[in-house]
Ligand binder design. Sequence first.
Ligand code: SAM
Length: 243
Amino acid sequence: THFGFREVPVAEKQRLVGQVFSSVARSYDLMNDLMSFGIHRLWKRYFVATAGVRRGDRVLDLAGGTGDIAALLHERVGDTGEVVLGDINGDMLRVGRDRLTDRGLVRGLHYVQLNAEALPFPDGHFDTVTIAFGLRNVTDKQAALGEMQRVLKVGGRALVLEFSEVRPAWFRPIYDFHSFQVLPRLGRLFAGDADSYRYLAESIRRHPPQDALKAMMERAGFSRCGYRNLSGGIVAIHSGCKA
Ligand code: SAM
């Protein structure tokens, strides 16, 4: 691999990803708060606020999981718009649907179990496609980016919120300590599951850094690709347009 990390065979990886998210589905939201000190909420708010989504838009949120992004998108597109929450894992999808329904969000929301690598939608179907903390879990990221491009309307935009490469060098040892020492312990303590959180830390480290991901988006056919770092590059927002 070009980042020098051990590669897990595809089928094996898909099985692992499935297991990981089934075992964390219930504790997922609590763990997000603990792991990021609650900051993931701010990242997600900022991500959706700057997505350029308008009333009446049709938006696809891939790897939508427990529905944080879909709920925020729904506020923006309103009742005349449409938000499709897509996820490969039925347990995550169920938790997401229950949570949004409990908050009274029903109209204009749809749930589809899907693989981001092969989307069950026609070409040019969506105004915006988002994927938040999901791309790093997809086996064939290049295929997923290609599919995001395909289902966008001309003039539409894709946005990726994902962990990235921390920029100040002095911060890296602290960040690695948090990822590989603190997270698995939090996982064991609060979710009874250290392995899943070890896997999450590993998947963050294996994900392509800022410029590599930008190049992948260009290869997928996006134009005007760019990114913005948040919190010193702990996460980055990549965007690309369909011309
Ligand atoms: N977007 C949500 C958020 O920000 O809280 C959930 C992110 S969660 C870390 C990653 C999600 O990606 C999981 O729900 C998992 O089931 C989903 N996922 C993993 N591989 C996928 C794939 N190939 N296609 C669609 N979803 C996938």
